[in-house]
Design a protein around this ligand. Sequence first.
Ligand SMILES: *[C@@H]1O[C@H](CO)[C@@H](O)[C@H](O)[C@H]1NC(C)=O
Ligand SMILES: *[C@@H]1O[C@H](CO)[C@@H](O)[C@H](O)[C@H]1NC(C)=O
Length: 372
Amino acid sequence: QIVPVHVLKRSNPSLAVFFFSFMSLITAFTSVLPPELWIHLAVVACGNRLEETLVMLKSAVLFSHRKMRFHIFSEESLKSEFDKQLRQWPDSYTKKFEYRIYPITFSVGNPQEWKKLFKPCAAQRLFLPVILKDVDSLLYVDTDVLFLRPVDDIWKLLRQFNSTQLAAMAPEHEIPKIGWYSRFARHPFYGSAGVNSGVMLMNLTRIRSAQFKNSMIPTGLAWEDMLYPLYQKYKNAITWGDQDLLNIIFYFNPECLYVFPCQWNYRPDHCMYGSNCRAAEREGVSVLHGNRGVYHDEKQPTFKALYEAIRDFPFQDNLFQSMYYPLQLKFLETVHTLCGRIPQVFLKQIEKTMKRAYEKHVIIHVGPNQRR
Ligand SMILES: *[C@@H]1O[C@H](CO)[C@@H](O)[C@H](O)[C@H]1NC(C)=O
Ligand SMILES: *[C@@H]1O[C@H](CO)[C@@H](O)[C@H](O)[C@H]1NC(C)=O
């Protein structure tokens, strides 16, 4: 029987530190994967989103197993800072990914107009299937997303798509009665409460070859040909920019969308009016989405605590000692808030992720013949 490492750790801290050094052994295995098996992660970072983006990428690197390629779309002015900071990460982590930084470009329509849509640069995401022509599939996330478990786990959902599905998102709201789209939207939207585009899986190969039904012409349109006319038709009715356009697209093409549960895109909305994400209550939050700037103000201390714990974790340290225990302490201070009342929802996955990382190291070290 294998002794769980968190137990070992309590009795002998030096043992845990010793096991942790086997992390580098694991990352050595991941680098031999052929590129077609890599995970592709895309983000669009403009304005003051540099730090947030780096913390998101850090959370992806800390917990994932497979090699990743980051596609970072950014304004020219942020490029050198991305380069500088990513290169400062320790080798054992930089080995786990490659990255490319792209300028913001719009292939159809008026670039200035696209830039004005909701947030500067937000519309870039709609063009990923056109720009990343050599990439089969992609996980797109907003800069304010944090992975609390391996990216590998959400990536696996791509394989669950049926033959018509080509993208996956979580619902915008669990309860249509209090959802934004169901109460206010002046345009068509997916399902009963819309979808949130902050965490989005895309099979780009399928998106590039599909014909999409739409409200403009009776025959279908290819993705790239549909974007600008769609924007022209709805621009006066949309509030949330590209997310609204995606909702309109999947309203007309519901069979193309795979809807994953809220634990993969967990937002303040899921706890600030009382807990309304059942999947997260059961399994814990897998992907955290701190929208409305909650990592940077005092409105949702639980979200901020997680952000700061990951941001401040010194790469080479013991995850339990330097991240998990301080995080637990910080959570104790948030129990008076609506989201802080349910700390286990936030901590369950991240604790499990860390335990697994340790257990894996023990198994590799002890080897199959030496287990007791
Ligand atoms: C994406 O779709 C294409 C075409 O159906 C398929 O060949 C490919 O395996 C899919 N990618 C993933 C990761 O499922
Ligand atoms: C794929 O799943 C979606 C969503 O459940 C459904 O609307 C669609 O009909 C399914 N496609 C096929 C080919 O079964």
